[in-house]
Design a binder for this molecule. Structure first.
Ligand SMILES: Nc1ncnc2c1ncn2[C@@H]1O[C@H](COP(=O)(O)OP(=O)(O)O)[C@@H](O)[C@H]1O
Ligand SMILES: [Mg+2]
Length: 262
């Protein structure tokens, strides 16, 4: 049984000014335990809407989302949605360690290996061991992003949904964040559904890439990515398989942008 299953999801916004906006038409896909899946689609195609439905924050007009076989009706405990610009949500009066442990305190969670040990391991994987006692404003933007990712993982969710998390950083930092995320994914054996408009990023990170055309969202292509792990920002991106995926996905997105009405 897949960990997450999306069946015939459709969502229409009822908007008094613009009239009805069909954001998602008929979306079906599933995500298996431990997979890294990306959904790539142009701006405005309905990606954030989909994530809000998956996270139980928005009730879809039609269709169903199953997590561990159970229909999602509200925010599930074992799922975390990381919003765009999420590093802005760090608390400036708390140290790095205190920011990361915030969720554990709220949920009163304790881990068998000891919370302190768990948090230290997280900090180590994101390369912030030496910064546990620093405050967010003492760190660079990239480090703040890594704190925010570590915080999302601190409660050990089964599945992490990420909404264009690296959209506003420069290319070099983006590469570093992608590699930090892959390390966390492997070290903590979680499942990730990553949403982006960046085709190369989707291929680089994923086991499978789902492609959506223009609004309303629907899957127009699915690519299984067999590129060897651990991946390398230079070698992986110049591999013939990578180039083939990129070409095909560009073509599909272009085709479906031209055909569908705005
Ligand atoms: N609350 C809302 N009311 C009306 N329309 C909305 C609302 N939120 C988003 N939309 C519209 O739905 C479409 C999909 O938006 P969104 O899911 O944010 O796309 P993406 O995340 O892919 O950029 C867009 O046309 C957007 O303008
Ligand atoms: Mg969005």
């Amino acid at each position: 049984m897949p960990l997450l299953e999306v069946r015939n999801l459709r969502h229409t916004y009822r908007d008094a000014k613009r009239g009805d906006v069909l954001a998602i038409r008929d979306l079906s896909f599933s995500v298996n335990q431990g997979e890294f899946i990306s959904l790539v689609g142009p701006s405005g195609c309905g990606k954030t809407t989909m994530l809000m439905c998956l996270a139980g924050l928005l009730r879809p007009s039609q269709g169903v989302v199953l997590l561990d076989g159970q229909a999602v009706a509200g925010p599930p405990d074992n799922l975390i949605l990381v919003f765009q610009e999420y590093n802005k949500s760090l608390m400036p009066w708390r140290t790095v360690l205190q920011n990361i442990s915030f969720g554990l305190e709220i949920k009163k969670l304790t881990f068998p290996e000891g919370n302190r040990h768990h948090l230290e391991r997280l900090l180590k994987v994101v390369g912030l061991s030496d910064f546990a006692g620093r405050y967010p404003w003492e760190l660079s933007g990239g480090m703040q992003q890594r704190v925010a990712i570590a915080r999302a993982l601190a409660c050990k969710p089964e599945i992490l949904l990420m909404d264009e998390p690296f959209g506003s950083v420069d290319a070099q930092m983006r590469f570093e964040l992608e590699d930090s995320l892959l390390m966390l994914w492997q070290e903590f054996a979680i499942t990730i559904l990553f949403v982006t408009h960046d085709i190369d990023e989707a291929i680089y990170l994923s086991d499978r890439v789902l492609v959506s055309g223009r609004r309303p969202s629907e899957i127009v292509e699915e690519r299984a990515v067999g590129l060897r792990r651990p991946r390398d920002q230079v070698r992986t991106r110049s591999h013939p398989e990578f180039v083939e995926h990129r070409t095909r996905i560009y073509e599909m997105m272009r085709t479906f942008s031209e055909q569908s009405p705005a």
